[in-house]
Ligand binder design. Structure first.
Ligand SMILES: Cc1cc2nc3c(=O)[nH]c(=O)nc-3n(C[C@H](O)[C@H](O)[C@H](O)COP(=O)(O)OP(=O)(O)OC[C@H]3O[C@@H](n4cnc5c(N)ncnc54)[C@H](O)[C@@H]3O)c2cc1C
Length: 435
C-alpha cells in the first residue's frame, strides 16, 4: 500500500507517553488507529525523565514564590531555572500567563485541578504495565523531597498545607529519618518530606517500548513520519507528512513540545513553550548502599533517580529556551557536581548528557480537549513536568472524547481555550481568563 493511500479512523500524531497511551486507549475502544511518529526513541521527552509517578505532583512551576525568586531567575542565579532572555521575550504570551498564574489562588486551583489526574496516574500505569508484561519496571516506593536548610523547609509550608487539604499523604523526615530511609545519601539535610503514594520507573524508555509492543499486539498500526501539517476536509482530516498524506476521521495532536507549532498551522496560537531538561547517568560507587527511590534535592534544583542496579540518573531543572537551540550543559554539569556531594558516585556512563523538552503550559495544566474551531481534532499536549505519569489517564480521556463517553475525570480545567490569547484579570471572580 503506498503511503499516499493510508487511511485510519483516528490518527494520533506523536508517539511519546501521551500519544502512545492515547493510541492504546483508542484501540481498546475498538477504533482503527494509526500512530504517527518519527520513531526516534531518544527524541521523546518520555524517554529521558525521572520516572516519578506521584499523586502529590500537583504544583505548577509558576507559584506564589515566583515574585521573591524573580531577581535570581533573571540573573540565572537559581539552580532550578535557567533563562535565555531573548527567548523569554519570544514566548511572550507564555510569559504573561506564567506571571498571571503565580497568584496563591491560581496555584491552589491548579493543584485541585491536577489532583484527579495525578491520583489516577499510578493505578493507570500499574494496569498498563501489567498488560504489557512490564510490571518489573514500576515500583511503588515513594519519593523524597530534601531541604538543605530549615528556612527552605519552612518555605514549602503552603505546599504541605495544600497536600494536607487534598488528603495526599506525606511524612516529615528529620536528619536521622533521612539517613535511615536512604543510607546512600552522604550530604546532611535539615528536613525531608516522603511522599509514599508514589511509583518510580526504573527505565522510562523500556516502559515506552513495552507499551509500544502492547499497542502493536492490539492490532494498532504505526507510521514513521514527521507531520508537516493538518488540513480539515469535508469528511475528516488530511495529515500531511514528509512522505505523503494520511486521511482520518479524527486526529489527536499529542506531539509533545512540537504541538504548539503544529496547532499554529491551523491558526491556534497557544501560550506554549519548551522547558528543556537534561540527564546524565552515573554508576554508584561499589561501596555505596543503593539509592532505593528518587530524591529531589530542592537546594540543587535537581533530581537523582535510581535507574537499574548500581546506576543513577541525575536530572537538571528547567531551561527556558527554544526547543531546537543547541544544548547548553551548564545546568546538568552543575547538577552532576552537586550529586557528587549527595551520593558516592562512580564512573560517568554517558558520552554526553541527554536533552529533552517538556511541553510547557504557563499554568502547569495540560491541554486536553476538542479543538475549539475544528470538528474531529483533539488536543492532548502540554503535560510539562508530569507527562510520563499522567500519560495513561490522558489516553483514557482522549478515548472518552473521541467516542463521546463521559470523561473519566473532569476535563474543563484543561480546555484549550484558556491558553489562546492573553491572560486577563477578572476582578469580580478573582480569576484569570483568556481573551
Ligand atoms: C528532566 C526531566 C525530568 C522529568 N521527570 C518527570 C517525572 O519524573 N515524571 C513525569 O511524569 N514527567 C517527567 N517529566 C516530564 C515528561 O517527560 C513529559 O511531560 C512527557 O514525556 C511528555 O510526553 P509527550 O508524549 O507529551 O511528549 P514526548 O515524549 O516528547 O513525545 C512527543 C512525540 O511527538 C513526536 N513528534 C514531534 N514532532 C512531531 C511531528 N511533527 N510529527 C510526528 N511526531 C512528532 C516526537 O518525536 C515524540 O516522539 C520530565 C521531563 C524532563 C525533561
Amino acid at each position: 500500500m503506498s503511503v499516499e493511500t493510508v487511511k485510519a479512523e483516528v490518527v494520533v500524531v506523536g508517539g511519546g507517553m501521551v500519544g502512545l497511551a492515547s493510541a492504546i486507549a483508542l484501540r481498546d475502544r475498538g477504533l482503527d488507529v494509526l500512530l504517527c511518529d518519527p520513531g526516534e526513541a531518544r527524541a521523546r521527552t518520555s524517554y529521558g525523565n525521572a520516572g516519578v509517578i506521584s499523586r502529590g505532583s500537583i504544583f505548577p512551576m509558576s507559584s506564589p514564590a515566583l515574585w521573591a525568586k524573580l531577581p535570581s531567575y533573571l540573573r540565572n542565579a537559581d539552580r532550578g531555572l535557567r533563562l535565555r532572555h531573548t527567548h523569554v521575550a519570544r514566548v511572550l504570551p507564555w510569559t504573561a500567563h506564567f506571571l498571571a498564574s503565580a497568584r496563591t489562588s491560581a496555584w491552589e486551583r491548579a493543584a485541585g485541578s491536577l489532583l484527579p489526574l495525578t491520583s489516577a496516574a499510578l493505578p493507570a500505569h500499574l494496569a498498563l504495565a501489567e498488560r504489557a508484561g512490564a510490571g518489573h519496571l514500576l515500583r511503588r516506593c515513594g519519593w523524597i523531597k530534601l531541604y538543605r536548610t530549615h528556612a527552605a523547609f519552612a518555605g514549602a509550608a503552603l505546599e504541605r498545607a495544600i497536600l494536607g487539604r487534598h488528603g495526599v499523604s506525606f511524612e516529615i523526615l528529620d536528619p536521622d529519618d533521612i539517613r535511615a530511609a536512604e543510607p546512600a545519601l552522604i550530604r546532611s539535610y535539615a528536613q525531608g518530606m516522603l511522599l509514599p503514594e508514589t511509583g518510580a520507573v526504573s527505565d522510562p524508555g523500556g516502559l515506552l517500548e513495552a507499551y509500544q509492543q502492547l499497542y502493536l499486539g492490539l492490532g494498532g498500526r504505526t507510521l514513521r513520519m514527521v507531520t508537516t501539517g493538518l488540513k480539515p476536509e469535508a469528511e475528516g482530516w488530511c495529515v500531511r507528512h514528509d512522505g505523503g498524506t494520511v486521511r482520518a476521521r479524527q486526529v489527536v495532536l499529542a506531539a509533545g513540545a512540537a504541538s504548539g507549532e503544529i496547532a499554529r498551522g491551523l491558526g491556534y496560537r497557544f501560550a506554549f513553550a519548551a522547558e528543556r531538561g537534561y540527564h546524565a547517568h552515573y554508576a554508584l560507587h561499589p561501596e555505596s548502599p543503593p539509592l532505593t527511590r528518587p530524591v529531589l534535592d530542592t537546594g540543587a534544583g535537581s533530581i537523582i533517580a535510581p535507574m537499574g542496579e548500581g546506576r543513577v540518573r541525575v536530572l537538571s531543572g528547567v531551561e527556558l529556551n527554544a526547543r531546537e537551540a543547541p544544548p547548553d550543559y551548564v545546568q546538568i554539569e552543575a547538577a552532576a557536581q552537586e550529586a557528587g556531594g549527595t551520593l558516592r558516585l562512580g564512573a560517568s556512563l554517558d558520552n554526553r548528557p541527554w536533552m529533552g523538552a517538556r511541553p510547557s503550559t504557563p499554568d502547569g495544566l495540560p491541554v486536553i480537549g476538542p479543538a475549539p474551531r475544528h470538528r474531529g481534532l483533539i488536543f492532548a499536549f502540554g503535560h510539562g513536568h508530569i507527562g510520563l505519569s499522567t500519560g495513561p489517564i490522558t489516553g483514557r480521556l482522549v478515548a472518552d472524547l473521541a467516542t463521546g463517553a463521559p470523561p473519566a475525570v473532569p476535563v474543563a480545567p484543561f480546555a484549550p481555550q484558556r491558553l489562546l490569547g492573553w491572560p486577563r484579570w477578572n476582578p469580580v471572580q478573582g480569576r484569570q481568563r483568556a481573551d
